[in-house]
Design a protein around this ligand. Structure first.
Ligand code: TEU
Ligand code: CA
Length: 544
């Protein structure tokens, strides 16, 4: 498998990728039927979201059995075939391990509920305090993070949905069970793993109320996190595999360790600070226009900070939890193509391994839903109610949900202009935006100027030019708040990247001249001579 530094990863949200049997739900055989498409994109690895047995309260992030396939998605034979067929094409597979919690349908939790002390110790059960929940911590999906079990007279912790019970990583038996899951899939030929919210697994010795926040400061990057990761990786022999950890509300200090080869923890990490620049005072459910000055400073901090510590980044805009980048940071109407390409360029030329989320390579947009009944995600439906309870009108609440819902990233992949978008011949489980008539694989494969063609080019450039994979990075100042620019350097060569985040022509502080230089990529017809301003949403990479 190729070195991860010049690799690109493609994320597949199984439920929304391709439906092979017309039930409206994407499945494993749907993925198999699209491997040649993925090969044509040039990506090296596929991260496939959970397809294990699950009641699907959180679309598979509530795993009930890692050794069984959710029949909705296929069978173990289908998964075995997928592993073989991906390998035949030189594509690595990364499976998604949700080790912070299990579904309350998991056998371990069911046994815990009978009062079996062995299995109760797999989870975090606590006695009531003064007749209340043990702490005031807030669940990431809204409400208190503890659920009372009357038959046991105890509460259990759930940092996410009430049906996702947090595991007790202090218990060595739990750690051994989870290592066995890794061993099982590695033996089957899986090349990599993505670890869900893995920096939340180490809980404090004492559980106390948080009077400053929602409790996260007590369990984020917790006391044993680094030793738990070293054990998980070391004992399963996956040090050579492709691994990425999803780090919720993490710190740069911790990430320089998680993703540092010397520490033998993970190959790279996802952090989310750059995806909060449009949160109002840190609040996801309150709208604000993105602050691009803040975005630049975050890239400076993380790109340069990880580099200085010898650690490696994962770089990304989109995943199954995020609204679509082109709708959020670009202009999905007037400058749809230009802004989607600009955003792609900004991260694909950075230091780190880029992740493409299904449909991003087409410039897929947010869902165009107009009624709350069209949303399905548990987080969205919970927060809609919370917003109403807080006194928002239904219109105001819907506006916030429409901008922030995770369903924006979960609408079915748009393959063709037809009804069902080539995703399904049946009724799709989640509504397909009307723009699939022109935003789709079939149309974009025919257009040499398409967003899809631009992504293919970026993926190929990373393989072709060592400076993109291995060069140093420095965030530069191009003389405008609306331009994010940086320089990569390797062996005397210099790659300069300029990205205009505004839908207007933006002057550069200092002109750059193209004579004797090579434009590696640009989302407009190439300029000549000296460039004094960038065109609306222009992105250009110049090699000297
Ligand atoms: O997400 C972790 C997480 O905290 C956020 O992305 C969350 O979905 C949201 O931003 C809260 O506002 C991971 C998975 O990617 C997500 O799909 C799961 O729902 C979650 O963990 C629980 O397993
Ligand atoms: Ca199906």
């Amino acid at each position: 498998m190729s070195d991860f530094r010049n690799s690109t990863v493609y994320q597949i949200y199984v439920k929304s990728f391709c439906d092979s049997n017309g039930d409206g739900i994407g499945d494993i055989n749907g993925i198999r039927s699209k491997l040649d498409y993925l090969k044509s994109l040039g990506v090296d690895y596929l991260w496939i979201t959970p397809f294990f047995k699950s009641p699907m309260n959180d679309n598979g992030y509530d795993v009930a059995d890692y050794y069984a396939i959710n029949p909705m998605f296929g069978t173990m034979e289908d998964v075995d075939a997928l592993i073989v067929e991906a390998r035949e094409r030189g594509i690595g597979l990364m499976f998604d391990m949700v080790f912070n919690h299990t579904s309350t349908d998991h056998e371990w939790f069911r046994k815990a509920l009978t009062g079996d002390p062995e299995y109760m110790d797999y989870y975090i059960f606590k006695d009531p305090v003064d007749g209340h929940a043990p702490t005031n911590w807030v669940s990431k999906f809204g409400g208190n993070a503890w659920e009372y079990v009357p038959s046991l007279g105890k509460y259990y912790l759930h940092l996410f949905d009430v049906s996702q019970a947090d595991l007790n990583w202090e218990n060595p038996k739990v750690r051994e069970e989870l290592k066995n899951v890794i061993r099982f899939w590695k033996k089957k030929g899986v090349d990599g793993f993505r670890y869900d919210v893995v920096n939340l697994i180490s809980k404090p010795a004492v559980f106390e109320d948080d009077f400053e926040g929602d409790g996260r400061r007590f369990y984020t990057d917790g006391r044993h996190i680094h030793s738990f990761l070293k054990e998980l990786v070391g004992d399963t022999g996956i040090a050579g595999c492709m691994t990425v950890g999803e780090m919720s509300s993490t710190s740069l200090d911790n990430c320089t360790r998680y993703a540092n080869p010397a520490e033998k923890e993970l190959k790279m990490v996802f952090s989310f600070h750059h995806l909060k620049v449009d949160y109002l005072n840190g609040q996801k459910w309150a709208l604000k226009a993105p602050d691009f000055g803040e975005l630049r400073e975050l890239f400076r901090k993380w790109q340069e900070g990880m580099q200085d510590a010898g650690a490696w980044n994962a770089v990304f805009w989109c995943n199954h939890d995020q609204p679509r980048a082109v709708s959020r940071f670009g202009d999905d109407k007037k400058y749809w193509k230009e802004s989607a390409k600009m955003l792609a360029m900004m991260i694909h030329m950075m230091r780190g391994t880029p992740y493409i989320y299904e449909g991003e390579e087409l410039g897929m947009t947010n869902a165009d839903y107009t009624d709350i009944s069209q949303y399905q995600d548990v987080e969205s439906t919970n927060y809609y109610q919370i917003l109403l309870d807080e006194g928002k009108s239904p219109e105001e609440a819907l506006e916030i949900i429409a901008a922030r819902s995770r369903d924006n990233g979960r609408t079915p992949m748009q393959w063709t202009p037809e009804e069902g978008a080539g995703f399904t011949t049946g009724t799709p489980w989640l509504g397909i935006p009307a723009n699939h008539t022109y935003i789709n694989v079939e149309s974009e494969e025919k257009d040499p100027d398409s967003i899809l063609a631009f992504y293919k080019k970026l993926v190929a450039l990373r393989k072709e030019y060592e400076i993109i994979a291995d060069g140093t990075i420095k965030i530069t100042d191009a003389g405008s708040e609306d331009i994010i620019s940086y320089e990569r350097e390797l062996d005397g060569a210099k790659l300069s990247v300029f990205c205009n985040l505004k839908g207007q022509e933006t002057p550069l502080g200092e002109a750059f001249c193209l004579e004797g230089k090579k434009v590696l990529a640009c989302n407009y017809p190439d300029s000549e001579g000296c460039v004094k301003a960038l065109r609306p949403f222009e992105a250009v990479a110049v090699l000297a």
